[in-house]
Ligand binder design. Structure first.
Ligand code: HEM
Length: 422
């Protein structure tokens, strides 16, 4: 039984001394709701260098969320759909898929290009390389909510990369600030154009901007690639659903506004239910409290078993089946209790990037379905890697190219913001 659940009807149990697992929507709500002050987010990850990890404060988190807020909306991402579609098409033109396709490296590459575009406004190889460095350096720092910064070698490697990325982003911020008429096109542009005009005496705005760019650039190229991988894994095994999504993919709406992909959205919700990249949510106990009869002391950990909750037959009939239609209006998923669906968390720390997730996942999958039919090979099977994230490691698919409809001309990025990039 995963996570050592003693029996299917046990809702809270000790995984190890000091670590309680909870696996019902009600208990999840209690832990995630905040307000009581009993639980806090663990200090697992903060950008820039390992030394800043312990310094992250609630107010920095809030400032980051506030700074980025307008760019996290559905409208903001919809307005960029044509550019994203072009970027994906360009990538797939330049990198046609082999008949036997190892999925994850391509998806990471692609989401890196898209995240770089959305965050920094640039497509240049130099910046994609910087973003890649960030992705390569960070997983160790995030492993399963357990700080690995005790390990000196890992810490040094992370710090070296982190410094390069920080300097690079700092340089871009400076260049952008010097631009006479910034176009509000990327997260970077947004931060620069909304920065206080009366200076930044204590350097706080600079720090918040750097961290916002750092974290968003990292987040937008990792979990969305995993979610897309899981969705493709499921579609390859469900040709009927694949055909339904392909119909939506060839509709012109799919290339003008990500939010119009309703069937793709339902399939994504179902993939996130079966394979939530954040399969465990963590909280640290700040004040002595009690959960489901278990006493918790300050410093104890509580983990919410997201994947167990989302595959529990009490909340989802036929919980292990891929049934995107359960998310249609009036579908069975609408009867599930509120906190039975937690791929993006809940409460105070609910994910701010959901509009980006549905856009990146939806547009990538639709672009792929316009070009290829996917089937699953018998071997090798995908091996879910449950470290910090639930990742479809080893996912391989068979790709059959389809006759192509016309591709829109590639978008020409022009203007001041790109004057400096290759
Ligand atoms: C499939 C992709 C993603 C998944 C599964 C995911 C999942 C989550 C989860 C579970 C949390 C809550 C963590 C907790 O309560 O401890 C979270 C928080 C967050 N996510 Fe996402 N996320 C994804 C993509 C993104 C993207 C693309 C962005 C930004 C563009 C983003 C920005 C954030 C931020 C800023 C928070 C922290 C909110 C806070 O603490 O106030 N996420 N995410």
């Amino acid at each position: 039984m995963p996570l050592g659940r003693p029996s299917p009807s046990t809702d809270a149990w000790w995984y190890a001394p000091g670590t309680l697992i909870v696996a019902t929507p009600d208990l999840a709500r209690r832990v995630l709701a905040g307000g009581t002050g009993a639980f806090g987010v663990p200090q697992v990850f903060s950008p820039r260098t390992s030394a800043t990890v312990v310094r992250e404060t609630r107010s920095v988190r809030t400032d980051r969320n506030t700074a980025a807020r307008p760019t996290m909306s559905g409208e903001w991402i919809d307005a960029r759909t044509p550019q994203l579609v072009e970027a994906i098409d360009r990538y797939l033109d330049e990198h046609p898929l082999p008949r036997r396709w190892t999925v994850l490296p391509t998806l990471y590459d692609l989401t890196t290009a898209l995240a770089t575009r959305l965050c920094l406004g640039v497509f240049s190889p130099q910046w994609q390389e910087t973003a890649r460095l960030l992705r390569a350096a960070t997983p160790g720092a995030m492993a399963a909510g357990a700080p690995v910064f005790g390990r000196a070698r890992q810490r040094r490697a992370f710090d070296t990369q982190a410094q390069r990325v920080t300097e690079g982003i700092g340089h871009l911020l400076k260049q952008r600030r010097a631009c006479p008429a910034p176009a509000a096109d990327s997260l970077l542009d947004h931060l620069v154009t909304t920065a206080p005009r009366d200076g930044d005496p204590d350097g706080r705005a600079e720090s918040v901007h750097l961290e916002t760019l750092w974290l968003t650039l990292y987040t937008a190229q990792t979990a969305p690639a995993m979610a897309t991988g899981w969705l493709l894994h499921l579609l390859a095994r469900h040709p009927g659903n694949q055909a339904t999504l392909r119909k939506e993919a060839v509709h012109p709406d799919s290339q003008t506004a990500a939010s119009r992909l309703s069937r793709t959205r339902q399939a994504t919700d179902e993939a996130l239910r079966l394979y939530p990249p954040t399969w465990l949510l963590g909280r640290t106990v700040h004040r002595a409290t009690e959960v489901a009869g278990h006493r918790l002391a300050p410093g104890d950990d509580v983990r919410i078993a997201v994947q167990l909750i989302q595959r529990d037959a009490r909340y989802y009939p036929e919980p292990d089946r891929f049934l995107p239609e359960r998310w249609a209006p009036g579908g069975t998923a609408t009867d599930a209790p509120k906190n039975a669906y937690l791929p993006f968390g809940a409460g105070t720390h609910f994910c701010r990037g959901t509009a980006w997730v549905y856009a990146l996942t939806g547009l990538t999958v639709t672009a792929l379905l316009r070009r290829y039919a996917f089937t699953a090979p018998r071997h090798p099977a995908v091996r879910p890697r449950r470290s910090g994230h639930l990742e479809p490691t080893g996912l391989t698919l068979l790709c059959q190219p389809l006759p192509r409809a016309s591709t829109p001309p590639h978008h020409q990025v022009t203007g001041c913001r790109n004057a400096h990039v290759s």
